[in-house]
Design a protein around this ligand. Structure first.
Ligand code: FAD
Ligand code: NAP
Length: 336
């Protein structure tokens, strides 16, 4: 295990922001993590996975601990389910493909989401009507100060819309070591999102399979979303805001094309991308920071933008959406 000093984090965050970390080390086992925690006890520490949901706005005057714990293991099974444990450092999409190959269902809608297994419960990753909370059984996490290993059940994670206990209450306190997922032997398909249905039809799929759903999701995502290999980004920068039905009706009367989806609790989720686009930001660029031309919810770094440039752009967007629609956008991306 090597500890590096003053290294650029550019290749370790999908925004491609060029900040420096005073110390950087990757760990592959719990023992290596413990060693690093002792070495860094007096300093600030930040755990990093794939770096695809973080915006660095300053240098890291402390340690980056990169989680590279690997391994996928079938823990147990019954008639209906398999329980599969994956190391936090396993690439998320590789895990999805591993499950699809074995016909284990539940994560196919989450194909091609960048990042690693360890961060999947952090923000309850979701796409096309499926969230991690539907398939996560439990996880093991290590408390950085108390040096104790704790098991969190699904309920303990207090999952919400792109939220969990790790994003707020326990922010920067735990290192997630591994996650166990409960996957189905017989799939229950969720193709409620129009885009998936349309893509499956275009692909000429007559009989649904988890492989077909995954392929459809991969096709849609590849055509719509900027690939961080070429344009720096962290996916959706903001969450879709939720408003009361009353507020939605008032906005809809004023803006008939407003895009909203009813939540089960009677509130309505607005498509943040539509709100941002209506404020004229889609395709906007100032220097190397911009708002993507195909998906307004995604802020991008065309090359040499600083984190602060992206942050300032995001703040201008929040302000204009608030002024035009009276709706407050909340950031989804983690800020450092
Ligand atoms: P990182 O960026 O490394 O970390 C994110 C946060 O989690 C940080 O605060 C970090 O400290 C913490 N963290 C990371 N690993 C651990 C750990 N082991 N223990 C404790 N804390 C940890 N997200 C979605 O939900 N749905 C999508 O459809 C989606 N699409 C995306 C598309 C693109 C093109 C991009 C770039 C991003 C997209 N995202 C999406 C966001 C991102 O991929 C997810 O949030 C992903 O789970 C982040 O994983 P990561 O390993 O890169 O996390
Ligand atoms: P889209 O299909 O253009 O739809 C826009 C928004 O409307 C989505 O954000 C989605 O909300 C919502 N929506 C669409 N159909 C819906 C339905 N049938 N029921 C409820 N809500 C519906 O979205 P997109 O940008 O191409 O993204 C497709 C999916 O991938 C979405 O689920 C999105 O969350 C996910 N994604 C996430 C990120 C990220 O970084 N978090 C990045 C890219 C894509 P939800 O977001 O709540 O699903």
């Amino acid at each position: 295990m090597q500890v590096e000093q003053n290294i650029s984090l550019r290749q370790f965050n999908s925004f491609g922001i060029d900040v420096t970390a005073r110390r950087f080390a990757a760990f592959q086992t719990e023992a290596e993590l413990q060693e690093l925690l002792h070495a860094s006890a007096q300093d600030q520490r930040l755990v990093l996975g794939g770096g695809s949901n973080i915006l660095f706005t300053k240098d890291v005057d402390g340690w980056i601990l990169k989680n590279e714990i690997k391994g996928i293991e079938l823990i147990k099974e019954d008639d209906a389910f398999v329980y599969v444990r994956a190391g936090a450092g396993v690439n998320w999409h590789a895990f999805v493909l591993y499950c699809i190959e074995r016909n284990w269902a539940g994560v196919e809608n989450l194909s091609l989401i960048p990042g690693n297994v360890g961060a999947s419960p952090m923000q309850n990753i979701g796409a096309y009507g499926v969230e991690i909370k539907e398939v996560m059984e439990e996880l093991e996490a290590y408390h950085m100060h108390d040096e104790a290993k704790i098991i969190f059940s699904n309920k303990d994670c207090a999952f919400g819309y792109r939220e969990s206990v790790f994003k707020r209450t326990y922010r920067n306190q735990f290192v997630i070591l591994n996650v166990t997922y409960k996957l189905r032997k017989q799939p229950v398909f969720n193709i409620s999102y129009g885009a998936i249905r349309e893509e499956l039809e275009a692909m000429g799929i007559k009989e649904l399979s988890i492989k077909a759903v995954s392929n459809a999701v991969i096709k849609i995502r590849s055509s719509k979303l900027p690939d961080p290999k070429f344009i720096g980004n962290a996916g959706s920068f903001f969450k879709n805001p939720t408003v009361s039905k009353q507020r939605y009706d008032a906005l809809k009367a004023q803006y008939p094309l407003l895009v909203g989806y009813a939540n089960t609790d009677g509130t309505v989720k607005l498509a943040a991308g539509w709100l941002i686009e209506q404020c004229g930001w889609k395709g906007y660029r100032k220097g190397d920071a911009g708002c993507h031309a195909k998906q307004a919810l995604v802020l991008v770094n065309y090359g040499t933008a600083k984190g602060i440039d992206v942050l300032e752009l995001s703040e201008a967007i929040v302000k204009s959406v608030e002024e035009k629609f009276g709706v407050e956008l909340e950031r989804e991306v983690n800020l450092y």
